[in-house]
Design a protein around this ligand. Sequence first.
Ligand code: R5P
Length: 294
Amino acid sequence: MLIMAGSSCRVLGVKVARELDTRLGDIDSKRFPDGELYVRIGEEVSGQDVALLQSMYLSPNDFLIEYLLAADALRDLGARSILGIIPYFAYARQDRRFKPGEAISCRTVADLLRLVGTSEIYTVDAHLHRIRGLSEIFKIPTRELTVVPLLSTYIRENFRLERPIVVGPDEESEQWARVTAEILGCDYDVFEKRRLGPREVEVTPRRSNVSGRDIVVIDDIISTGGTIVETLGVLKKLGVQKVVVACVHPLLVEQALARIYEAGACAVVGTDTVVGPASVVSVAPVIADALRTK
Ligand code: R5P
C-alpha cells in the first residue's frame, strides 16, 4: 500500500510509513496568492492501493478541499483504491438538524469524501454522540480507531499520581474515562455538562469523593477549553490535588492552553491527530496496526 499525506499530517504520514517499513509518497500542495489550493501527485499511482492521510483541524475547510483535490487526482490517475485516513474528522458534531433549516454538515462532508473516489474511511476517536458509528453517515465502509489506550499508557508511565481518579467532563466522555481508568487501575466519574453557548458551559459533579486525590480529566476534543476550565474550577472547589488534563484531539483554539494551565492543570497531554504544543502521543502505531490488519 502506498502511504500519502496531505499538508495537515505530513509528519504523521512519515511516522506511519516508517512503522510499516515503507516511504511516504510524494504530494505537493501549495496555496496561490488568491487563496486557491494547488495539489500535484508526484508518484506513479496507477493500479496502486493508496492510503491518504489528512486531518481536518484549525483550517478544516482548506484541509478538506486539499483532500478532495488529492483523492480526485489519485482516482483520475488510476489508483485502484483510496483509503481516506482522517485522524481528526471535523464537522462530526453537526450530525443532525438541531434547528429548522440547518445543514447536516457531517453528512455533506461524508458524501464529498465518497464522491471523489474514497473507497473506505478510517477515523480516530470521532466525535459520535448521537449516532452509533460512522457507518450511519457514510455510504462507504468505515473503521473507527482509538488512541485512548496509548494516551492513557503515556499518562501511567509519565506521571506519579496519588490515589488517582479519572474524570470525564460530560456523559459522552464516559467511553474514554472508562478506558483510562482501566489502564490506570482506578475508578472514574463522569460529570454532567450543560452547554450555555459556544464558549460557555456548566458542569456538575455526580460524586464528590475526589477530595485530596490526583485527577486525570479526559475528553475527546479540547477546543476553546471552556469545558475543561469549568471542570477544573469545580474540581478545585472539591479539594483535589494534582490534575492532568488529557484529550485525543487538542485543537486548543484561541488561548485555550494558557487558560487551562491558569485554571490549575499541571499538564495538558494530547495526540498528533491535531498537531500542536500538547501533541505528545503519536497515533501512528494505531494507524499502522490498522493498515497491517486490513
Ligand atoms: C463535546 O461534547 C466535546 O466532547 C468536547 O467536550 C468539546 O468539544 C470541548 O469544547 P470546548 O473546549 O470548546 O469546551
